[in-house]
Design a protein around this ligand. Structure first.
Ligand code: MN
Length: 197
């Protein structure tokens, strides 16, 4: 994720239909090929006449004071992360180290999921809900607006759900809660654990 200008769209690590029936093929096609591609294209356009910024990594660009650069760099990073943290339904299980951490920080996996869902549903408009690791190794649940990212606050994202309507509307329409609950089936817990310090 530390490549530089000109940015390229990362390929999906699986087929468009791999996450069926939780996330349908058409949603994946539009989400990846249109929405994610647009963030890549917009970011490249914004940087085309700014040679002084072309050496910056995506993570540096996400901190830009130019709002459009920040938004589009965040859009590229967040979607790269989103594709990687998912796996074919019911192929992931919570690994021991992560389980211990979740229980320590949230009492139980159920309570963790409950709080995460609450943040995902409570995010007004477009944005993301996240499980993050703080500098002291503790875990926290939060949400961000638009394409903002916990890295902005010095927090390490471990898991993030896209709750922009484009992520679920074709299949779930206005029922964001159904999407969020179904989404647990496609979480790649190995990926989440690998993010721990
Ligand atoms: Mn999205």
């Amino acid at each position: 994720m530390n490549e530089k200008y000109p940015f390229e769209l990362e390929k999906l690590p699986y087929g468009y239909d791999a996450l069926e029936p939780v996330i349908d093929k058409q949603t994946m096609e539009i989400h990846h090929d249109k929405h994610h591609q647009a963030y890549v294209d917009n970011l490249n356009k914004l940087l085309a006449d700014k040679p002084e910024m072309q050496g910056q990594t995506l993570e540096e660009l996400m901190k830009s004071e130019v709002q459009a650069i920040k938004n589009n760099a965040g859009g590229v990073w967040n979607h790269n992360f989103y594709w990687q943290e998912m796996i074919k339904p019911d192929n992931g299980h919570i690994t021991d180290l992560l389980l211990t951490k979740l229980e320590k920080n949230f009492e139980s996996v159920d309570k963790f999921m409950e709080q995460f869902e609450k943040q995902a549903l409570g995010r007004f408009g477009s944005g993301w809900a996240w499980l993050v690791e703080k500098g002291d190794g503790s875990l926290e649940i939060m949400s961000t607006a638009n394409q903002d990212n916990p890295l902005d606050l010095g927090l390490i994202p471990l898991l993030g759900i896209d709750v922009w309507e484009h992520a679920y509307y074709l299949k779930y329409q206005n029922r964001r809660g159904e999407y969020v609950k179904a989404w647990w089936q496609v979480v790649n817990w190995d990926f989440v654990e690998k993010g721990l310090k």
